[in-house]
Design a protein. Sequence first.
Lengths: 162, 144
Amino acid sequence: MADESLFEFLHMEIVSHIFNEQQSGKGEMDNKDRAACISLLEAMGFRVGQGLIERLTRDTPTFKDELDIMKFICKDFWTKVFRRQVDNLRTNHQGTYVLQDNKFALLTQFSAGKQYLDQAPKYLAFSCGVVRGALSNLGLESVVTAEVSVMPSCKCRWNTNT
Amino acid sequence: MLPFTVYFSPDVFFPQNYPLYIRSVPSQNELKFHYTVHTSLDVVEEKVSAVGKSLADQRELYLGLLYPTEDYKVYGYVTNSKVKFVIVVDSSNTSLRDNEIRSMFRKLHNSFTDVMCNPFYNPGDPILSKAFNGIVSGMMVQTS
């Protein structure tokens, strides 16, 4: 389906545009600039997540508790946004959730192992923002981070106790 | 007389409950409607917290008639993102049935979703969208 690749290309271009803009002023990028770019990407994702969740929960019945919300995020939300089912969800029942996707849609084109691992965080910032925006509009403030150890598998972790 | 109010409340950490949009026909008495709507928020909160505890599968978004006062009937609706819609109708307008109110809320919700997805709208700002305004006007003309 062509619409999948449309977003993937757009996303790649968004990331490279933001990083190029930041870099054009100076020659080198230091950590502070890198952090600024990543938070810009995450903020974009946040706004998208808010709008998305409004549309996706329009017809679903009210969520009874946090567990219901997490089930929604892992099943319906993840499937609609990343077109895949989540492979694993773990929680410590105290507000921390770790979600694992073994073939994350935005990373499949990079590599099938450890190559380009250092470039991965840039491409995960937007998706973390989307999840954070979704949770925030459902009433849960959280901090969402993602880590990659082997491409294209990624672990997304969030904590709702903040 | 039909005022509409949309309240935004991300209720876990910031229990704010301020109106994003309020409209009434005719436009005098608006202050009275503000008051009615504010007090009806308590009833909404009560219904929302009851959903979690009751065993019956009460998971609808539409909350139904909140409470009838002598002059008005107040209806409520809560979305999954904790945005509350309140419609106040004149009691003398008995021709409005439950189904019609439900469909009004659905239209409002659809319209609100479109406003949320507009990239130029910041969540929490007053709603200035012409499309939203148009839908609300259409509903009020139809029922008055």
